[in-house]
Design a protein around this ligand. Structure first.
Ligand SMILES: [Zn+2]
Length: 644
């Protein structure tokens, strides 16, 4: 496959004017700006975005202050020796991710109070920057290890990457101010240190690659792109020291990116790296690298991805498992891996315009990103398993070690996920629609207004609870234009009605309306949202002979909260001879209950197959997976064993 080049703009200028997280200089498509999309505060995504603004940003800030992660910057600024320092070596990155989230938010909904908070944070960070641009509170200062002395686990370049991405967000939202300057100096220093002839090394946690490419795009600095290319090309040569229990594969340092066939090792690392590799491929016209990324994505999605879009099935190294190694109960599915998957799929979409990437983004948004935060935006899932065997213990107000307990926690020892959710929700508008030379495409359906490509569109929908999406043209561009709507792969019986015309059946993929549009035009999309059974590939041993229920883009689950007294979730069987029916935003399902004979020997294994007695069918309520555990600790299953 060769890279499409239908839209090109020089580095900087137009790119700088667009407040979007990803802005390739050459691509088939461009995402819209976060400021082009105003989501309704009572819609599914608008509500989450509003809660993110109103509660999550402040919540994250308070926790970082409380734990001393901000004080770390002050201590460096004062030149104090810090033999012990609160927070992991990557805690600086949480501050930067929060700044990125604030920058997107400020562009969408200006707020003098938040602006003041933002400026004060930037001042504290800037005061800790060394004269040569180096900025890190865990290395390179009195009482701390020297710079670049632990490239495998030190996260120095990872931290810098998030700083640079925050700078990009600030610049793209119309400010060339102190944060942009801090980020620029940090990037310059990295290029000095790691450029041709410098340190021939990579960071143990990718992130600097996407950051340098985006910064290069935004600021028109080709050497940032070149530095990112160097980091991509240097990876896979085994230069990172292998640690006990952590192989070269964990760091994606086992095989060069362009030779790899599948994502492997630590899931977030793999996804960030591959997103950066795709960026480099697009900017340097590197078809071989582009094809390598596409190949890895296809294999990973086909064999190493959960129904929710979650990625990563091993807890020990937060990593991908082998093909088909997708156990429901031990699913790791880190929230950050969901964010990383969206980052990668979004870049692939922009480069190709292929609908499959937007489909995966939808699946991951609704079932991973929406699942992590609590309804009030102040507690989060870190891991997102598809089965919970024991109800989680209430999280309390302390720092959670890593939230495997089936309950959302306010903060974590390693707290990467809350700020990743925050920056994703703050910039969500950019993923809703895209523009190209033909017109505008609606990718994710959310109530609100979209202004792009000469269109002003009003979107009315209760999606995903309902499948009807009404698109009203408020303003139309001149000439014949194409309005393109994504028909999700799960919607084989969708229909589209243009104006007063008859509904037309549309197939999964794209539905195009090409005409001279005028204010007052209407297009109504109807997506079938009847609940449906979804069967796993039998090669996934962990869920063989089970079935899940989905409704529209939502994966549903059964929680113990919805079971009659005296019935264990483990004994419930789905009866698949009758289809599940819609119920609220979930479904009702006919189920049977197996009163199974247990094996009570020394070992839980016996010499004959246990018998089972089935009860009369039950009618059970399933709820969207993203809402699970909102009513308190519960056991939960997405995949149910199939009964008669
Ligand atoms: Zn995380």
């Amino acid at each position: 496959m060769t890279l499409p080049t239908s839209i090109a703009h020089p580095l900087s200028d137009a790119a700088a004017a667009c407040a979007a997280p990803v802005r390739p200089t050459r691509s088939a498509i461009q995402g819209v700006a976060v400021t082009d999309v105003q989501l309704d505060a009572d819609g599914f995504w608008g509500r989450r975005q509003a809660i993110n603004s109103a509660a999550t940003l402040e919540h994250c800030l308070q926790w970082m202050e409380r734990l001393g992660w901000l004080e770390n910057f002050d201590r460096v600024a004062r030149g104090e020796a810090a033999p012990s320092r609160p927070g992991w070596q990557f805690s600086d990155s949480e501050v930067y991710k929060l700044l990125e989230a604030m920058a997107w938010d400020l562009a969408r909904t200006p707020d003098a109070g938040l602006e003041t908070t933002f400026d004060a944070l930037v001042d504290r960070i800037g005061a800790a920057q060394d004269d040569d641009g180096y900025l890190n509170t865990a290395f390179g200062h009195p009482g701390r290890p020297p710079r670049w002395s632990d490239l495998a686990m030190g996260h120095e370049l990872y931290n810098a990457g998030h700083l640079i991405q925050a700078g990009v967000a600030r610049f793209r939202t119309g400010h060339d101010d102190r944060l942009v300057e801090i980020a620029r100096r940090a990037a310059d220093q990295i290029c000095e240190e790691f450029g041709e002839g410098g340190l021939d090394a990579v960071c143990g946690h990718p992130e600097i690659e996407v950051a340098l490419v985006e910064s290069g795009r935004a600021l028109g600095e080709r050497r940032y792109l070149e530095q990112a290319r160097l980091f991509i090309d240097r990876r896979g040569r085994g230069t990172l020291p292998v640690r006990p229990l952590l192989s070269a594969e964990y760091f994606q340092d086992d095989v060069p990116v362009r030779e790899a066939t599948v994502l492997r090792g630590h899931a977030v690392r793999a996804l960030y790296l591959t997103a950066g590799a795709l960026d480099v491929a697009v900017e340097t016209d590197d078809d071989e690298l582009f094809d390598a990324v596409t190949r890895q994505w296809e294999h990973t999605v086909a064999r190493r991805t959960y129904l929710t879009g979650g990625m990563g099935s091993r807890h020990q190294d937060e990593g991908f498992g082998d093909d088909w190694e997708l156990p429901a109960d031990r699913a790791y599915c880190e929230t950050c891996a969901g964010v990383g998957s969206i980052m990668l799929a979004w870049r692939l979409y922009l480069a190709t315009g292929e609908v499959r990437y937007a489909d995966l983004i939808e699946r991951t948004l609704f079932n991973v990103v929406a699942t992590s935060p609590s309804a009030d935006g102040t507690a989060f899932f870190y891991a997102n398993p598809l089965q919970q065997r024991e109800p989680g213990a209430p999280a309390g107000d302390g720092v959670n070690k890593r939230a495997e307990g089936g309950i959302r926690a306010p903060w974590f020892d390693v707290s990467c996920c809350p700020t990743n959710v925050a920056r994703t929700l703050a910039s969500l508008g950019s993923y809703v629609a895209s523009v190209d030379t033909e017109g505008l495409a609606l990718l994710q359906y959310a109530a609100g207004e979209v202004r792009a490509g000469g269109f002003v569109l009003r979107i009315d929908t209760a999606y995903p609870a309902e499948g009807i999406v009404r698109v009203h043209v408020v303003e139309a561009p001149d000439g014949v234009r194409r309005l393109r709507l994504r028909i999700p792969s799960w919607a084989p019986d969708a229909s589209l009605r243009v104006g007063d015309g008859d509904p037309m059946r549309v197939e999964p993929g794209w539905a195009d309306v090409t005409r001279r549009f005028a204010a007052g035009d209407r297009v109504v999309l109807e997506l079938p949202t009847s609940p449906r059974f979804t069967w796993p590939d039998p090669r996934i041993d962990g869920v063989r002979d089970t079935v899940a229920v989905e409704r529209g883009p939502l994966v549903l689950c059964l929680e113990s909260t919805d079971l009659p007294d005296g019935i264990s979730l483990d004994d419930v069987r789905a009866v698949t001879s009758s289809a599940p029916v819609a119920h609220g935003d979930g479904a009702r399902l006919t189920a049977s209950v197996d009163a199974r004979e247990s094996i009570d020997g020394a070992l839980p294994y016996g010499s004959r197959r246990p018998s089972a007695a089935r009860t009369a069918p039950l009618d059970l309520a399933l709820v969207p997976y993203h809402r699970w555990a909102e009513r308190g600790p519960a056991t939960m299953r997405v995949f149910l064993p199939v009964g008669e």
